[in-house]
Design a protein around this ligand. Structure first.
Ligand SMILES: Nc1nc2c(ncn2[C@@H]2O[C@H](COP(=O)(O)OP(=O)(O)OP(=O)(O)O)[C@@H](O)[C@H]2O)c(=O)[nH]1
Ligand SMILES: [Mg+2]
Length: 389
């Protein structure tokens, strides 16, 4: 099956990206983060028309950047016709309000941008609930009077308490909505737990890694599933699970999952817990790294951090260095990846180089792992359970 094509509209918004290099942040980390922000803007279907950077020991409490830079930003906005300003770091409600007032244009931060991409990509009802919950939780502490239109949209008789300010009403409405969404998610969690029980005797593999590493491309090759894979950040939001046709007598499933990124809003990780169950309850993780990316090591480390954060730090894993077609062997970073050579594989999900080697290892690894598990879970009569078949 051919991967589904998704039409991606381009450049309905023109954006200026803004980065501030604080005290200890080195030049490379700073420029990499800003480069990634530009990719995020592109993935959100907007076009970057300008960049503003500043070195400061600390952010300005009022406008994040200094007054001179605000003027520079305003001139650039006028010259380029930009209708969106995106900051690479988290802004406070007051900073957004002050900047919007002075610049007369919409101002958002990296967190808003990631949430917006997620909102665009969410297709299943579960993903929609998760994204909306994360958006509202992100919004709540940043709520200012400018959001008063929100209550007008959803409010009405009974939404306004005596003596409450508009801001308090907005907060109350959002908190109620958050509670409703949480209830709906709990229901989804229960359904997932039931499904998981049914799948207890199936060996579960999950693909994990930084966004754009090639997880879906590999998943499509292994399962012929035809999920969306593209050179955009966060193509995949929902976990998709398929049987993995390995040359084995056991039943094995594999899941494609959402990618990770640095500076991800923690509200998002928190509300995607049920999707991330596929990772947490997996028997084996395949950690995919785009080894051709200049920040491959940082991506690898960030992914490990998020895996720890979601409680998947102890799940056994193999390391897959993908996109090997784009670099020569000598260019593969020599940094110790904390993996024994037997558990590290260099492949190309695109040209299929290294795939036989990976699949042969995977087949024997899974057989041995299941064998060990069945050995442990013997019936009282001493016979092995007929599981995983
Ligand atoms: N050259 C090359 N490109 C690859 C390879 N694997 C994937 N790609 C490309 O990398 C881009 C991202 O691939 P995806 O499979 O969508 O990556 P992903 O990890 O699923 O990304 P998200 O779902 O966005 O987190 C696509 O343009 C793929 O065609 C590879 O081995 N070699
Ligand atoms: Mg994907």
């Amino acid at each position: 099956m051919q991967p589904k094509s998704h039409e991606v509209k381009r450049a309905s918004e023109l954006a200026i990206v803004v980065g501030v290099q604080f005290g200890k942040i080195d030049d490379r980390t700073f420029s990499d983060s800003l480069g990634e922000l530009k990719e995020l803007v592109y993935s959100a279907e907007a076009k970057v028309v300008g960049t503003i950077t500043q070195k400061r020991p600390m952010p300005d409490s009022r406008t994040f950047i200094g007054t001179g830079k605000v003027d520079e930003l305003k001139s650039m906005k006028e010259a380029t016709g930009a209708n969106l300003i995106v900051f690479d770091d988290m802004l406070s409600a007051a900073q957004v309000r002050n900047l919007e007032k002075e610049l007369e244009v919409k101002v958002i931060d990296r967190g808003n941008l990631i949430l917006d991409i997620f909102a665009k990509r969410a297709t299943t009802s579960e993903a929609k609930i998760q994204v909306e919950l994360a958006q509202l939780q992100y919004l709540l502490p940043r709520l200012t009077n400018m959001w008063s239109h929100f209550s007008k949209q959803v409010g009405g008789i009974g939404t306004r308490g005596p003596g409450e300010t508009q801001l308090e009403v907005d907060r109350r409405i959002i908190k109620t909505k958050i509670a409703t969404l949480k209830e709906r998610l709990e229901k989804v969690d229960r359904q997932r737990a039931t499904q998981r029980k049914r799948r207890q005797d199936v060996y579960k593999i999950a693909l994990v890694g930084y966004t754009n590493a090639g997880k879906s491309t590999l998943f499509n090759h292994l399962t012929k599933a035809g999920v969306w894979a593209d050179n955009l950040l966060f193509c995949t939001l929902d976990a998709v699970t398929r049987f993995l046709p390995l040359n084995s007598k056991y039943r094995i499933v594999i899941s494609d999952t959402v990618g990770f990124i640095q500076k991800i809003p923690h509200e998002l990780v928190a509300s995607f817990q049920s999707t991330l169950d596929e990772v947490r309850y997996a028997d084996l993780l395949l950690h995919i790294v785009d080894i051709s990316h200049p920040n491959a090591i940082e991506h690898y480390e960030k992914t490990n951090e998020v895996l720890d954060e979601i409680g998947a730090g102890q799940v056994p894993r193999l390391l897959i260095l993908n996109k090997s077609d784009l670099i020569s062997i000598e260019e593969i970073p020599s940094i110790d990846l904390n993996f024994p050579p037997a558990h590290t594989f260099s492949i190309s999900a695109k040209t299929h180089a290294g795939m036989d080697n990976l699949l042969n290892f995977l087949t024997s690894f899974v057989e041995k792992d299941i064998g060990a598990r069945i050995g442990i879970a013997k019936n009282p009569d001493g016979k092995a359970r007929n599981s995983y078949r």
